[in-house]
Design a binder for this molecule. Structure first.
Ligand SMILES: Nc1ncnc2c1ncn2[C@@H]1O[C@H](COP(=O)(O)OP(=O)(O)OP(=O)(O)O)[C@@H](O)[C@H]1O
Ligand SMILES: [Mg+2]
Length: 314
C-alpha cells in the first residue's frame, strides 16, 4: 500500500509570478521526503499540486505510473494534514477518527471501523483518549488525532504541510519522534513540508531544498548538511549560518586555502583541486568545524574573537 510520486518539469504561475519553476522530483515508494525552504519558496504550492488542489501550468505529475494532472483530489488516494488542522469539536476522538470511514459513498462496516480505529489509536498513543472531546485534549494530542484521521483510510501517499507549527518547541521535538515512528509503522510514502531545517534533518530519508520556486538540492540529510550544493543551502541548513572565507586554493607545497595572506591547510585527503586552483573561491566553514588552538600550533589560522555567547551544548 505504498507508491512513488513524481514531478516532471512542473511549473506553476500565479499571474506573472512563477511560484514553482520546472520542478523535477521523484519520491520513491515508502520514502519520507521533506520539502524545506523559507516562506514563499513554493513548498505548499508543490504539495497542493500533488494533492490536486492546484492545477499545473506545465509538466506532468505522477502517482505511481499514473499521470494525475486531470484527476480530482478525491481520486488520487492521498491524505493531507494542514498546518491549521481542524477536528470536529462536537465529536469525540473516536467519532473524529471514524468520520472518513463513515463518509457517504465509501462507508465501511462498523466492525472494520472499530478495528481500524483501534490500530491507528494504538500507533499514535491515543487508546485512552477515544471518548474525549477535542477541547479536553492538549495541542499535541489534538495533532495526533488529526494525523490519525488522515491515516485512517490507509492512503498510499500522505501529505503533511507544517503539521507541527502551532505546537511549542518541546512538543514539536517529541512529535518528530511520533511521526517517524508512525512512518515506520504504516510505511506509506510521506511528503512533509517544513521551514524548520532541524525537523527536516531529523525525520527525512531525503530533503528537497527550495528557494524562490526553484529546487536547489535533493539529497539525504547527511549530504545536504555536509555537501550543500550551493551557498543558499549551506546557509539555510544548520542551526547557525555557515561562515564563508574568500580566497583561493593553492596546491604547493601542500593543498591549502589562501585567505588574507594566511594559509589554511586542506588536509591530506585525496581530493582533486586541479579544476579550481588559483581561482577566487569561497570556503564554507561550519561553526563546529572550528577548534580554538594556540597560534603556535601547526595549521593554526589566526582569528579575533569578537563575541562569546552561551548556547547550551555547543
Ligand atoms: N493562490 C495564490 N495566488 C497568488 N499567489 C500565490 C497563491 N498561492 C501562493 N502564491 C505565491 O506563490 C509563492 C509560493 O507560495 P507557497 O505557498 O508555495 O510558499 P511556501 O513555501 O509554502 O511558504 P510558507 O512557508 O510561508 O508557507 C509565494 O510568493 C506566494 O505568495
Ligand atoms: Mg506553505
Amino acid at each position: 500500500m505504498t507508491t512513488s510520486v513524481q514531478f516532471r518539469s512542473v511549473t506553476k504561475r500565479f499571474g506573472s509570478m512563477e511560484a514553482l519553476s520546472s520542478l523535477d522530483l521523484k519520491v520513491e515508494p515508502g520514502e519520507f521526503v521533506s520539502l524545506l525552504g523559507p516562506s514563499g519558496s513554493g513548498k505548499s504550492t508543490t504539495l497542493g499540486l500533488l494533492a490536486g488542489l492546484i492545477e499545473a501550468d506545465e509538466g506532468e505529475i505522477l502517482i505511481g505510473d499514473r499521470i494525475v494532472n486531470d484527476i480530482g483530489p478525491e481520486d488520487r488516494d492521498i491524505a493531507m494534514v494542514f498546518q491549521n488542522y481542524a477536528l470536529y469539536p462536537h465529536m469525540t476522538v473516536f467519532e473524529n477518527l471514524a468520520f472518513p470511514l463513515r463518509a457517504r459513498g465509501r462507508r465501511r462496516p462498523e466492525q472494520e471501523i472499530e478495528n481500524r480505529i483501534s490500530a491507528v489509536a494504538h500507533a499514535l498513543g491515543l487508546p485512552d483518549l477515544l471518548h474525549r472531546y477535542p477541547r479536553e485534549l492538549s495541542g499535541g494530542q489534538q495533532q495526533r488525532v488529526a494525523l490519525g484521521r488522515a491515516m485512517i483510510r490507509e492512503p498510499k501517499v500522505f501529505l503533511l504541510d507544517e503539521p507541527l507549527s502551532n505546537l511549542d518547541a518541546r512538543l514539536r521535538i517529541r512529535m518528530r519522534h511520533d511521526i517517524k515512528a508512525l512512518h515506520a509503522a504504516i510505511g506509506s510514502t510521506i511528503v512533509y513540508v517544513t521551514h524548520d531545517q532541524a525537523e527536516a534533518l531529523s525525520m527525512s530519508s531525503r530533503i528537497a531544498v527550495f528557494d524562490k520556486g526553484k529546487l536547489q538540492q535533493y539529497a539525504p540529510p547527511f549530504e545536504i548538511y555536509n555537501r550543500p550544493a550551493n551557498i543558499f543551502v549551506a546557509n539555510f541548513v544548520g542551526e547557525r549560518e555557515t561562515l564563508f572565507l574568500e580566497g583561493s586554493i593553492e596546491t604547493s607545497p601542500a593543498p591549502h586555502f589562501l585567505c588574507r595572506g594566511e594559509a589554511l591547510p586542506l588536509g591530506n585527503g585525496a581530493a582533486d583541486f586541479s579544476a579550481v586552483t588559483g581561482r577566487p573561491l569561497k570556503l564554507g566553514l561550519r561553526a563546529e568545524a572550528v577548534t580554538l588552538v594556540s597560534a603556535e600550533m601547526p595549521g593554526a589560522f589566526p582569528i579575533t574573537v569578537s563575541q562569546i555567547e552561551l548556547s547550551g551544548p555547543d
